[in-house]
Structures are given as structure tokens and as C-alpha cells.
Design a binder for this molecule. Structure first.
Ligand SMILES: Cc1cc2nc3c(=O)[nH]c(=O)nc-3n(C[C@H](O)[C@H](O)[C@H](O)COP(=O)(O)O)c2cc1C
Length: 342
């Protein structure tokens, strides 16, 4: 592993992606790290005490380094009554179907970033990774003083340059193939839709910090191919969704059955683009009735939770990348051993 990433002392150039909202369990993070990769806590939706507790649960299982991942926050969107009414009308039928009351809905729409960041400083992971922007300068300084390796995420050449300029140690290049939220800085921007290969080829000549390739990487040969093209490491999410340790729910696991998964990006669940397996909610909710992130994310939380409780994939965010093939259902350490045969 090249450059600053070697400080982590990983046996394999692999980051098991942070997967906020369930899949990243303490068991998955710890098993990934213990197997020589960098496990990542997806802490974006977690309260500060939950972040500290999660890190303790990982440390109870392994001494190996791990990362904590946050979402950079932007000014909270102003939601007017008409936008809320459109969103309520578009989802009213689902709430009836799921037996849910009309929700009370008010700001704040997400956890406070500064408080989450303080919790990360207390938890002291080996690495801090983030999406959706550049880490503010005072947080960069604090994370560096705490000895953390700092990893930003770019979906375009411009974002990669801005991250390098901000002083990050490494950059995850997230291709359009990737499962989960697109790391696009501007929450209201259209998606550049740049694939991993083009993003990597462009960045190699111009960005000096180590590059971590993400999006659609599923097998050992996929890994070797991007390393040969100049990536210092890979980040994989989808391939780990059905491992024994992942916190992926039963209906979510069932929706990932088979070798083909029809995915696309949508704003319907959270207000930000994210890639997942097509389902009813994604196909039926009118884009005009979707509020901006993170308001929409908070607004649909009860629907997603009730869908999981009912065992139905219809209203769940089934985040998944474009990668094909049956997903591994054994342990994460066995998957990592298969990805990096001795
Ligand atoms: C279920 C799921 C949840 C994700 N959650 C996060 C997250 O919380 N933070 C983040 O930086 N990336 C998140 N991602 C994106 C991954 O970091 C990574 O870009 C992606 O998994 C790579 O593509 P792949 O899924 O095809 O391997 C998530 C991906 C998935 C599949």
C-alpha cells in the first residue's frame, strides 16, 4: 500500500465501506479490520453517545485499526408548507398500508455535526472518512492533532482537487457504479455520472495523494485491475452486504438474491442521489414530491423502519452498486481471504 495509507499497517489494500443505517455492524467492522482490511463505522445517522458506544463495541472485538465515517453538513434546507404537503400526499397511501400515523415533522433533520465530530475525537479511530464535501479547517486540524488519517470522497475531478487542496491524506474516488449515497458535494447538483475508470484515469496525473477506488468492485480480479491502473487501495460496500456479520436486514438480504440486481440512482428516499435496487417506493414516488436532503431522509424514516419490520422490501432503501454476481454469505474474513488469495 502506497504513501500515507501505509501508516495504517493494513495487510490488504482494502477498506470495507462505511454503510450507515444498519449494514455496518460492530461485528462487520471488527471482523474486516481483524482480517487485515480497514473496517469502517458508518456513523452519519448516529448520535454522539452512539458513536462512542459503537467504537467501544468494535474495540471489544479487535485491537486493529478502524475508520469512522461522517456526512459533511450543509445549511439546513428551508421546507415550506407546500413542499411538505406534496411529500405528505405522495406518501400518505404507504403510511396507511403500513399502519403509520401522519408524522409530526420539524427541523433539525439530522444529528449535529460538531457534536458528532467531538464524539469521533473521543472515540479516536485510526482514520476519519467523510462524504458530501470538504472538512472545515478547524476540524481538519483537530483530526490531524488527534493522529487520525483523513480520507475525503470525490465523485468528480473538481471535488478531488478541492479535497487535496484542503489537506486530506487520501481520497476515495466514488464512481457512478457505487452503491449507497453519491458523495456529491452540492446537495442540489445534478450527478456528473462519471464512472470509476474515468475518474481514476483523470485523477492519477493531477492528484498527488493516494487514491482509493470505489464502485462496482466485487472480485479479486476487479481489485487487481484497479490497483494495476494506479489506485492505492479499494473500498467495497455491496460485496459485504450479505456477509454473516453485516447488519443488513432480512428483507434487504432477500432483495439482493440472485446474480443480477437492477439498480439505479434516486433521490426519493433521502433527497440526495443514492444507488439502490429498484423497488416500489423508488418507482412510484414523484420527484416533484421529494424534499431536499436531509429533510426527506428524516421524513421517510418511519416508512423505511415499518417496511423492515413488516419484512417487505417495497419501501426500503436497498442500497447496492452495479456489481453483479451472487453475494458472499459466509464470514467477512473468509470473503477477504478469497479476495486476496495467498
Ligand atoms: C448499504 C450502503 C451504505 C453506504 N453508506 C455509506 C456511508 O454511510 N458513508 C459513505 O461514505 N459511503 C457509504 N456507502 C458508499 C460506499 O462508501 C462505497 O462508495 C460503495 O459501497 C462502493 O461501491 P460498491 O457498493 O459497488 O462496492 C454505502 C454503500 C452501501 C452499499
Amino acid at each position: 500500500m502506497q504513501g500515507t495509507l501505509s501508516k495504517l499497517g493494513l495487510r490488504h489494500p482494502l477498506i470495507v465501506a462505511p454503510m450507515a443505517g444498519g449494514p455496518s455492524s460492530p461485528a462487520l467492522v471488527a471482523a474486516s479490520s481483524a482480517a487485515g482490511a480497514l473496517g469502517s463505522i458508518g456513523a452519519a445517522y448516529s448520535s454522539p453517545p452512539a458513536i462512542v458506544e459503537f467504537a467501544q463495541a468494535v474495540r471489544a472485538r479487535t485491537d486493529c485499526p478502524f475508520a469512522i465515517n461522517l456526512f459533511i453538513q450543509h445549511p439546513q434546507p428551508k421546507i415550506d408548507a407546500a413542499a411538505l404537503e406534496r411529500a405528505r400526499r405522495a406518501t400518505a397511501g404507504y403510511r396507511v398500508e403500513l399502519g403509520l400515523p401522519t408524522p409530526e415533522f420539524a427541523a433539525p433533520y439530522e444529528e449535529d455535526f460538531d457534536a458528532q465530530f467531538e464524539a469521533v475525537l473521543r472515540a479516536k479511530p485510526a482514520a476519519l472518512s467523510f462524504v458530501f464535501g470538504v472538512l472545515p479547517a478547524e476540524h481538519m486540524r483537530a483530526a490531524r492533532d488527534a493522529g487520525m488519517l483523513i480520507i475525503g470522497t470525490a465523485t468528480t475531478p473538481e471535488e478531488a482537487l478541492a479535497l487535496e487542496e484542503s489537506g486530506v491524506d487520501a481520497i476515495t474516488l466514488q464512481g457512478y457504479e457505487a452503491g449507497g449515497h453519491r458523495g456529491i458535494f452540492d446537495p442540489s447538483a445534478e450527478d456528473s455520472e462519471i464512472g470509476l475508470e474515468d475518474l481514476l484515469a483523470w485523477s492519477l496525473g493531477k492528484v498527488k495523494v493516494p487514491l482509493i477506488a470505489a464502485g462496482g468492485i466485487m472480485t479479486g480480479s476487479d481489485i487487481q485491475a484497479v490497483l494495476a491502473k494506479g489506485a492505492s487501495a479499494v473500498q467495497m460496500g455491496t460485496a459485504f452486504l450479505k456477509t454473516a456479520e453485516a447488519g443488513t436486514s432480512a428483507p434487504y438480504r432477500a432483495a439482493l438474491e440472485g446474480t443480477e440486481r437492477k439498480t439505479r440512482t434516486t433521490r426519493a428516499f433521502s433527497g440526495r442521489f443514492a444507488r439502490g435496487v429498484e423497488n416500489r417506493f423508488m418507482n412510484e414516488v414523484d420527484a416533484a414530491a421529494v424534499m431536499p436532503f436531509p429533510a426527506q431522509n428524516k421524513f421517510t424514516r418511519d416508512i423505511r423502519a415499518a417496511s423492515t419490520a413488516k419484512g417487505s422490501p417495497d419501501f426500503l432503501s436497498l442500497w447496492s452498486g452495479t456489481g453483479k454476481g451472487e453475494l458472499w454469505q459466509g464470514s467477512a474474513s473468509d470473503l477477504i481471504a478469497r479476495l486476496f488469495p495467498a
